[in-house]
Design a protein around this ligand. Structure first.
Ligand code: SF4
Length: 357
């Protein structure tokens, strides 16, 4: 086991908790990871396979890949230490991102998952500089990137989209089928005072209005979000407000975390920490509320035929399912990397069950 990422940059943290890991590196240390791999698993020299392929080194299955478009973040959410570890937003040049995307598609990737700390801020740091993709000028901007990726003929899924107003611009692209009708927007909470303590923008009413508008433009849209319960100072009334929001928002996919005081986070200094047992109880209640919403929403898909990307025989994902974090579609047969149509016969709280058409 080799551990890589933000926490690895802090000397000894991972090693003291997991002394058996082979190596620990900080974020973006591809060389460090590969050195550790080669130290523990020396590979025989092969002049053909030793050449790094054009699509780079990829750790996901053959048919989907993560496309990182920027690093760092300009926000300062009080529960988060990412900006202190990775710094302010730095966007990758659009030409470089598109080149990587094209190489991945040429190598057989069928789904690109766009990731960053803040996807909607793409290009802010370079003032939306114009780059050249296939000889054509394209701005370093989320909407323009989505449009360009939409031309590649594969699934494009957006993650970590901060709810800025211009996010509305990508919804028509989803309605036109250019990119997947899927938006991962971490709302984190709905009570205005808690959002303010978290230093998050947006108000619950505006979010509800926007959700409604997005659904009018693109009725098939799947909205995923994450929330934190038990944030310092969160009252019972504010938690109820969050549950109320959940009922009204009718989100498709939801993740929930009980607030955990990460070392170095500003929120740890806030008064009125919520006791652990209250946090756990609120998380359970939250998940139970969402499970009912999710089950009802999935039930409506019974009888429909949905396109899936097969991950392994018998399991695939529709446009509504990001790998690892959402549900899946179960059926018999199929080969990894194939697009197939599945008629849905049954649903539970997370998954769908059907047969290949
Ligand atoms: S939670 Fe996300 S948006 Fe907020 S500071 Fe951390 S990385 Fe940035």
């Amino acid at each position: 086991m080799i551990v890589t990422g933000c926490l690895g940059a802090k000397d000894g943290v991972v090693q003291s908790a997991h002394p058996t890991v082979l190596a620990v590196t900080g974020p973006h240390d591809t060389a460090g990871v590969m050195t550790a791999v080669h130290a523990h698993l020396p590979k025989p020299h092969d002049p053909y396979t030793d050449l790094v392929p054009a699509q780079g080194v990829k750790l996901t299955p053959q048919h989907y890949a993560y496309l990182k478009i920027s690093e760092g973040c300009n926000h300062r959410c009080t529960f988060c230490i990412i900006p202190s570890m990775r710094g302010d937003l730095v966007s990758r040049p659009i030409a470089e991102v598109m080149q990587e995307a094209e190489n991945l598609v040429k190598a057989g990737v069928k789904e690109l998952l766009v990731i960053s700390q803040d996807t909607s801020a793409y290009g802010v740091d370079v003032k939306y500089r114009t780059g050249f993709v296939g000889g054509k000028p394209v701005k370093t901007r989320m909407t323009d990137l989505c449009r360009a990726l939409g031309e590649l003929g594969v699934w494009v899924r957006l993650h970590y989209v901060y709810p800025y107003p211009h996010v509305d611009e990508v919804i028509p692209l989803m309605a036109e089928g250019k990119i997947l009708p899927y938006l991962d927007v971490p709302f984190q909470h709905a009570a205005p005072r808690v959002l303010k303590l978290m230093k998050r923008p947006a108000s619950a009413e505006k979010v509800l209005e926007r959700l409604q508008r997005w659904r009018e433009i693109c009725p098939d849209i799947t909205v995923r979000s994450t929330f934190i319960v038990g944030f310092p100072g969160e009252t019972e009334a504010e938690f109820s407000q969050l549950l109320q929001f959940l009922q009204e928002a009718q989100l498709d996919r939801v993740g929930c975390f009980a607030y955990s005081p990460v070392e170095g986070a500003v929120a740890n200094e806030l008064p009125d920490a919520v006791p652990e047992e209250v946090k756990t109880a609120r998380k359970e209640k939250f998940m139970l509320t969402q499970a009912k919403i999710s089950a009802q929403k999935l039930k409506r898909k019974i009888g429909q035929t949905v396109e899936v990307l097969v991950d392994e025989p018998g399991i695939g994902r529709s446009s509504a399912d990001a790998p690892e974090i959402d549900g899946v579609v179960h059926f018999k047969g199929g080969k990894p990397g194939e697009f197939r149509d599945v008629t849905i016969d049954r649903a539970d709280e997370h998954d769908l069950y059907g047969r290949l058409v």
